[in-house]
Design a binder for this molecule. Structure first.
Ligand SMILES: [Zn+2]
Length: 242
């Protein structure tokens, strides 16, 4: 789905247009219309299955809770989030936990929830988690309604109503601050540094997540070792900052 496109052809178009070279799959309907999947990178896959066989489709079987289903409630979200040690953006995009949020809507949800994309899930307060939970439903349902209202053909990506995604360098629609792009995990996040400030929770206190080092005093300044031989294990642990 990164590169492939669907096209829905009217009967006369389907009869007139030759199959494109990059055609991956075509489904002809009884009324003469045709749904085509065109993918010049050949990355897409099509499975033909009955609903009861859905779990046999490799990716489907591993999907987490459908965030638009009644199964996704506050208790379920809290339970999923409780186990996470990653940053909030990769968490939102982990399909085995939450099905399914892509790059664009991860950014939009974090903007709505006023959370910096690098915030660690385990540092979210109950308040943060509540805003995030509400934002997932609000952002996705608003987008579905907006895209349905536009009624564009399926190959048109309706993205112009998004607040931050694809808008790096442009002003935030809420406060006017320039939208920034930052690398988070495997992807690039767009966010507003004013609406989504980096909080102290971004500074990882590794003493809380790793074995405590009895020789390290959190208050002691970090001194360089006197000689190379004095380095290594005896060196005071530097507090990691990100
Ligand atoms: Zn802003």
């Amino acid at each position: 789905m990164l590169v492939g496109k669907y096209r829905l052809l009217a009967p006369e178009e389907a009869a007139r247009e030759k199959d494109p070279v990059a055609l991956g799959f075509a489904l002809a309907f009884e009324d003469g219309r045709e749904l085509r999947y065109v993918d010049d990178k050949r990355m897409g896959k099509v499975y033909v299955a009955t609903p009861s066989d859905e779990a046999r489709i490799p990716v489907y079987a591993a999907l987490g809770v459908d965030v638009l289903s009644p199964d996704f409630d506050r208790a379920r979200f809290a339970e999923i989030a409780r186990r996470r040690r990653d940053q909030v953006r990769p968490f939102l995009m982990d399909k085995t936990a939450l099905a399914s949020i892509g790059n664009a809507y991860a950014d939009e949800i974090l903007f709505e929830a006023k959370l910096h994309p690098k915030t660690f899930v385990r540092t979210l307060s109950a308040d943060d988690r509540e805003r995030l939970f509400v934002a997932i439903g609000t952002v996705l349902r608003t987008a579905i309604d907006e895209i349905a209202r536009r009624n564009e053909p399926p190959e048109v990506k309706v993205r112009d109503f998004l607040a931050v995604r694809g808008r790096a360098g442009k002003p935030c629609p809420r406060c006017g601050t320039t939208i920034r792009e930052v690398r988070v995990g495997d992807g690039d996040a767009c966010f507003c540094p004013t609406c989504q400030p980096a909080t102290r929770s971004l500074f990882v206190d590794w003493s809380r997540v790793s074995e405590p080092d009895p020789t390290a005093s959190p208050e002691a300044p970090v001194k360089p070792p006197k000689s190379p031989a004095a380095g290594g294990a005896a060196r005071p642990r530097r507090r990691s900052r990100r």
